[in-house]
Design a protein around this ligand. Structure first.
Ligand code: ADP
Ligand code: MG
Length: 161
């Protein structure tokens, strides 16, 4: 699969990139059929995954603070017809725990799931429509975007030109 790399020089640029991604995800969410839209966010602690989520949420009209739900594992946002579930699986001890959290319905059609630390939930998460990797590349960050599933039919790339 092709990947796209975007250099973001500061925090504001990361948020802005998130907003652009969010606008594209809006289109994906409206497609008929199958399940919800799933975005994986990978990268070290402090790389900028949550910052990017803040931008994505902004594209759906949310302008408040966004904290990684490190202890609660998932934070729901009801945003004008779309429910966004922001996961942080860093503290998930065993992927099987996701079953007991009752998150299955969260992946239903029309919902957007942003999942930090998806590897911790491996085997219990749907495949990603977009995988985002954030790398520290001083003084800024490098963001690597890889489309998967329904995302592959989507013109993600247009918005970054
Ligand atoms: P993560 O969720 O990956 O642990 P956060 O988004 O919580 O990371 O924190 C990332 C940190 O990096 C924040 O302090 C933020 O201000 C900073 N940051 C985000 N994007 C950039 C960037 N493009 N350049 C420099 N610093 C950034
Ligand atoms: Mg985070």
């Amino acid at each position: 699969t092709d990947s796209l790399q975007v250099q973001v020089d500061d925090e504001a640029a990361t948020v802005h990139l998130g907003e652009k991604l969010g606008a594209t995800l809006t289109g994906l969410l409206q497609r008929p059929g199958t399940g919800g839209t799933v975005v994986y966010l990978e990268g070290d602690l402090g790389a900028g995954k949550t910052t990017l989520c803040r931008g994505i949420l902004r594209a759906f009209g949310y302008s408040g603070a966004v904290k990684s739900p490190t202890y609660t594992l998932v934070e729901p946002y009801e945003l004008g017809g779309v429910t966004v579930y922001h996961f942080d699986l860093y503290r998930l001890a065993d992927p099987e725990e996701l079953e007991f959290l009752g998150v299955r319905d969260y992946f239903d059609a029309g919902n957007l799931c942003l999942i930090e630390w998806p590897k911790r939930g491996q085997g219990f998460l749907p495949a990603a429509d977009l995988a985002v990797k954030v790398e520290v590349c001083l003084p800024g960050r490098r963001v690597i975007l890889t489309a998967g599933g329904a995302g592959e039919e989507c013109e993600f790339w247009d918005v970054f030109c």
